[in-house]
Design a protein around this ligand. Structure first.
Ligand code: COA
Length: 178
């Protein structure tokens, strides 16, 4: 399967809307609008036109030319400004095919190339072991957890913190395999 990262544009806007309305939100933050409307997509494209490759890198994941997911690294501010936070999601029918591991390697390489950052942070809710594994396979190390750090609906989760240093990524084999 060919996994590529492409920019979001007016051309793939309708696919973006379908994606965001179809996604499993169980382990996602509530930041993603629901339902995801034309206005949500317009806001998103405008935000990207101002910030992409300056304050973060945001990409659509294509598997064999179909838009199947979203991935980004967003640069933080204040004293955290040399850190970026990774986030991603994939349509359920495409899970467990290695797609996100490949997409995450690609976005980390792009983020370290385009942004003035020295590390990338990844946060996942403890039961979301697939997400933790994706990060491990990209070279992230477990750095600790915020116990009961997340309340989503009726569920309370520990928030696991993963970190990837730029120097480690550049020296690692995962980077060279991208
Ligand atoms: C979490 C998610 C991104 C994983 O993506 P994916 O493309 O299915 O992951 P991969 O196929 O690259 O798998 C990576 C590893 O995780 C494992 N894995 C994936 N899903 C898993 C699951 N539900 N339970 C246990 N392991 C899982 C795979 O077996 C693989 O490990 P292995 O190579 O040692 O066998 C995807 O399930 C998703 O989008 N979920 C909904 C949104 C979400 O949770 N986003 C992340 C928020 S932090």
């Amino acid at each position: 399967m060919k996994i590529e990262l492409r920019k979001f544009t007016e051309e793939n806007k309708q696919d973006l809307i379908k994606l965001c309305n179809a996604i499993d939100r169980k382990y996602l933050s509530d930041r993603l609008p629901h339902p995801y409307t034309q206005e949500s997509a317009d806001w998103w494209l405008n935000m990207l036109s101002e910030n992409d490759e300056k304050k973060g890198v945001w990409r659509a994941i294509y598997a064999d030319d179909k838009l199947v997911g979203n991935i980004s690294v967003e640069q933080k501010s204040d004293v955290y400004h040399k850190d970026g936070e990774i986030g991603y999601f994939l349509l359920t029918e495409y899970w467990s095919k290695g797609i996100m591991t490949e997409a995450a390697k690609q976005i980390c390489a792009l983020a370290f190339e385009k942004l003035d950052i020295i590390r990338i942070t990844g946060l996942y809710y403890e039961p979301n072991v697939g997400s933790g594994r994706v990060m491990e396979k990209c070279g992230f190390k477990f750095e600790g957890k915020l116990r009961n750090g997340v309340v989503k609906g009726d569920d309370v989760y520990n928030l696991c913190i993963m970190g990837l240093l730029k120097e480690d990524f550049e020296n690692s084999r995962v980077n060279k395999e991208v």
